[in-house]
Structures are given as C-alpha cells and as structure tokens.
Design a protein around this ligand. Sequence first.
Ligand SMILES: *Cc1c(COP(=O)(O)O)cnc(C)c1O
Length: 382
Amino acid sequence: MARASLPWLERVPTPSYVIDLARLRQNLAILKDIEETTGAHVLLAQKCFSMYSLYPLIGAYLSGTTASGLYEARLGHEEMGKENHVFSPAYRAENMAELVTITDHIVFNSLSQWRHFGAQAQAAGVSCGLRINPECSTQEHAIYDPCAPGSRLGTRRAAIDAAGGRAALAGLDGLHFHTLCEQGADALDVTVQAVEQRFGDLLPAMKWLNLGGGHHITKPGYDIPRLKRIIRHLQNTYDVTVYLEPGEAVALDAGYLVATVLDVQEENGIAILDTSAACHMPDVIEMPYRPPVVGGGEPGEKAYTYTLAAPTCLAGDTIGTYSFDAPLAIGSRVVFADMAIYTMVKNNTFNGMPLPAILTADEDGTTKTVRTFGYEDFKSRL
Ligand SMILES: *Cc1c(COP(=O)(O)O)cnc(C)c1O
C-alpha cells in the first residue's frame, strides 16, 4: 500500500492510534450529501467509533448518534447532543428510566421487549420501533449475518403474525433492520425487496424506517446514486423518514496504528512490534482480516519479508506477513492503515499490554494528543 507521506511518523509515541482528520471530513462530507439530497438522517453507530472528542466535528455533518445500550446512549447524549437512538437485543429494566430521558428513538428487538417497556418509553415521548429480521442473507460470514438460521437479531414476520399481525404493532412508529456488513447498494437493494415482500403491508402505518449499518458508503466504488434511489423509493412509497446508521463508513480508512519494532528474528523472518492484534486490533483475529501496512507489500513482493507479531504470550497473535523495500530493525516504525474503526472501542490490556495513545493528525501534519494511557488504566479495571 503506497500512501501519502506521514510527516508525523517519527514524532508520535507508539503504540498510538492517529486519526486522519482530512479523511474523516471527506467521509463526513459524503454522508452529509446523502442527508442533504435525500432528506434521510444519518447517525454515527458509536460501537464502531466512539472517539467523542471528535463528536462536535461529526455532529456538524450528521444528524446524531445511535447506541447499543445505556453507556453509548449517554456518551452520544453528553458529547454530541443531537438525535440519539438506541437498539439493544434486550434492555435492563434498571436502565430504562434513564434511557427514555436521553434518547429520541428506542428500537426493540422483540414483541415481548416492546410489550415490556413500550408504555414506559411512549409515556416519556420516545418514538418506538421494532427491529425486524427480513430473513434475507446477502453475505457469507455467519458471525456477521443477523439473518443466519437461529439468529436472535430481529423479529421474523411469522412472530408478528402469530401475535396477531398488524394489531400487535399498534403504537410502534418505525421498523428497523440491520443485515449488512461492509456491503454495497446492490445488497441493500436485495434486502429492501425482501423487507417489502415480508413487511411491506406494515410500512404505511410507520413514520420511519431505519436501514441499519453495514453500508460501505465511503468506500471508493460504492454506488451512491443507487443508495439515493432506494431511499427515495422508500420515502415515496411509504411516506417514511429514512434513517441510516453507519459505523464503518464514518471513519473508514481515517486512522492509523503506529508501532515500533522491538526485535527482529532474522532466522524466522519475524518482527516483534509493540502492538498486538489481540489487544489493539482484535478484528484482525476475529473477523479475520489482513490490515493494510503503509509501504508494505505482499510476501516476497519487495526485498524484505517479515511476519509482524505481538510481544504477547499468544502464539497466534500475529498480524500478517508483509514485504518492505528496506530491512526492519529494532526501532523501525510500522504503520497499519484503516485503524480508526472497531479498534479503540475493542481494545484491551491482555498480558498487561499498554493501550495505544490516541492522537489526531491534520492535513498540515500537526498532531494533537487526545489521550495517553498508563499502568493505572490497566490496574483500575481489575
Ligand atoms: C453494527 C451496527 C451498525 C453499524 O454497522 P457498520 O458495519 O459499522 O456500519 C449499525 N446498526 C446496528 C444495529 C449495528 O449492530
């Protein structure tokens, strides 16, 4: 991956996440254009990227935030203070009193959750919705497929019919589906057709329809005109306000994880870094995927090939095998790209690994340190 020069590369502490503000603004401008040209509302899915020091910037472009539960809902409320939505597969009764005061929409996963909490939410003036399961898989990764057999995510049409059909939804303002993961407008199109086929008769009674996340809108090549056509079709056919709640698309490719080489095992072709897949980029192992490395090629493509590995006890804590133009040595820096999303929200201190610092970098190369972490951050959670 050849990429723009990184003037801050030798200055930042390691390990650190460095957020690329220029790229973040580019992504946000694309999402804002969708809001402005269609009237749809775009919300930041905080579970992907919760760097709240940037919420004022993000809030200047987007309509608000969405949350997975009380903590994220509080964060969105406190730090962005715009439209605030929440979806959870099941809510805790003791959280409801606070949730209804800080959210605009609460999405329930089942009719029993709706029956259990709906009156309390409505009495507080919250707009309530039901997550539906369109039973339309458009991807192969079962772990990321809410429509996989046996999924707990979303209410199937059969469950609504068994509960009395349309009458069971009386009082609900909206429907919500989330079935995509890093997918294009073509997969959305297929999903919307399934939603219309199974739930279309329920939509005219709804005020809003939330299309969830997983839309790779800011990835080059995403068919934005097709997304806009789908949004307009839903607005015109059912007279609903359309919501999108992307996580990835907001901060896609908008950050780096900078590491230092601690040792090179020449005989094994391994470089040990001061970062860890398991601790600082768990999706590398969970998803799994191979993150791009700045200046790094495929194994053997360039003169010097190394497997990049962590200083932890876990044998499988390797990040991938990459080749470089120059040999790596103790003190060399290695930069992983696309490290803003699903990284700092997922990191941990397994093995007592330090948490990476959090910085921002602006176009002119100026960096700002947002947070650093130390021993107390490790100790205080245990
Ligand atoms: C994960 C999730 C999102 C965001 O997904 P991205 O793939 O990051 O765009 C939005 N809504 C719900 C309900 C989610 O679970």
